[in-house]
Design a protein around this ligand. Structure first.
Ligand code: GLU
Length: 284
């Protein structure tokens, strides 16, 4: 991830398991996916997602799971031989993702997981499958906008996210950064006035802002503070799985299922997403 220098005003502000066997097999110690047939269909597959990000990865009160990441992961699992009822969803919060993959808790992670050089030292990525941008969510009556110096402001983000790291490194090193374990905790802080802004990917922020209980309360500043290339995280060294997932992602785009997932999940939030990225095309 590299911060965009695209807009002058923003710059001013800146001064301031699939199956172990079917897919090549990476380890026998992992119980992230077990396979009972050579055709690819196995027992279950464990997939990491977020549980509290509407439009991306959400555990509904009914116990169902919804969101773009959920649809992408379900499609990919299908290509790997797993029916939806063979998927075991696992919550992987931002700070837990690398460890969850290293331990073999899950076969892959589709959880607004940006591809970065630092993360690539610990995990492998398939994709990207979406390009998002860091932004700010503020109260509807906030005067924070393009050009506002964010140093000194109270910003909420999540531990282990690129969003928090970008604030510290470049966006506003002197901001009062408050780090929580999930974005839904930040939303509560924003609502109560404990923080001035919640900062993370625009895709996530749009999903929160569109929730019925928050209608009219918040606005996005549309600053495009970074490029966030969402990848599917896989255990380091599991090249066979990366290759299988990349094939699945390519098919998802070419058969229209990717666009359908965009329409279904981002439509209600009126999130204007970027076009489908080509596999391997990480925008810095
Ligand atoms: N896409 C960013 C990241 O991977 C922020 C969203 C998140 O925390 O999942 O860190």
């Amino acid at each position: 991830m590299k911060l965009r220098k695209a807009t002058a005003a923003a710059a001013t502000a800146l001064v301031l398991s699939l199956t172990a066997t079917a897919c090549g097999g990476d380890d026998s110690s992992s119980d992230a996916g077990s396979d009972s047939s050579s055709s690819g269909g196995g027992d279950t597959i464990k997939i990491g997602i977020k549980y509290d990000q509407p439009g991306l990865g959400l555990k509904e009160p009914s116990g169902d799971f919804s969101g773009f990441d959920v649809d992408v992961a379900t499609y990919v699992a299908g290509e790997l031989g797993f029916e939806p009822d063979q998927i075991e969803w696992v919550e992987t919060k931002s700070a837990d993702r690398e460890n969850a993959l290293a331990r073999g808790d899950v076969k892959f992670i589709a959880a607004t997981y940006s591809i970065t050089d630092e993360r690539k030292e610990k995990v492998d990525f398939a994709g990207p499958y979406l390009l998002a941008h860091q932004d700010l969510l503020v109260k509807a009556d906030s005067d924070i906008a393009e050009g506002t110096d964010l140093n000194g402001k109270k910003l909420c983000s999540v531990t282990g996210s690129t969003s928090a790291q970008n604030v510290k490194d470049e966006i506003a090193p002197d901001a009062q950064l408050q780090q929580r374990s999930t974005y839904s905790e930040c939303i509560s802080s924003l609502q109560s006035g404990a923080v001035d802004a919640l900062t993370t990917d625009d895709s996530i922020l749009a999903g929160f802002a569109s929730q019925e209980q928050y209608q009219g309360q918040f606005k996005l500043t549309n600053l495009k503070l970074s490029n966030e290339n969402y990848g599917i995280g896989v255990k380091k060294g599991d090249t066979a799985t990366v290759n299988s997932i990349n094939e699945a992602l390519e098919k998802m785009v070419s058969d229209g299922a990717w666009q359908q997932a965009v329409t279904d999940n981002f439509g209600p939030a009126e999130y204007k997403n970027e076009p489908a990225p080509a596999i391997g095309n990480v925008v810095s």
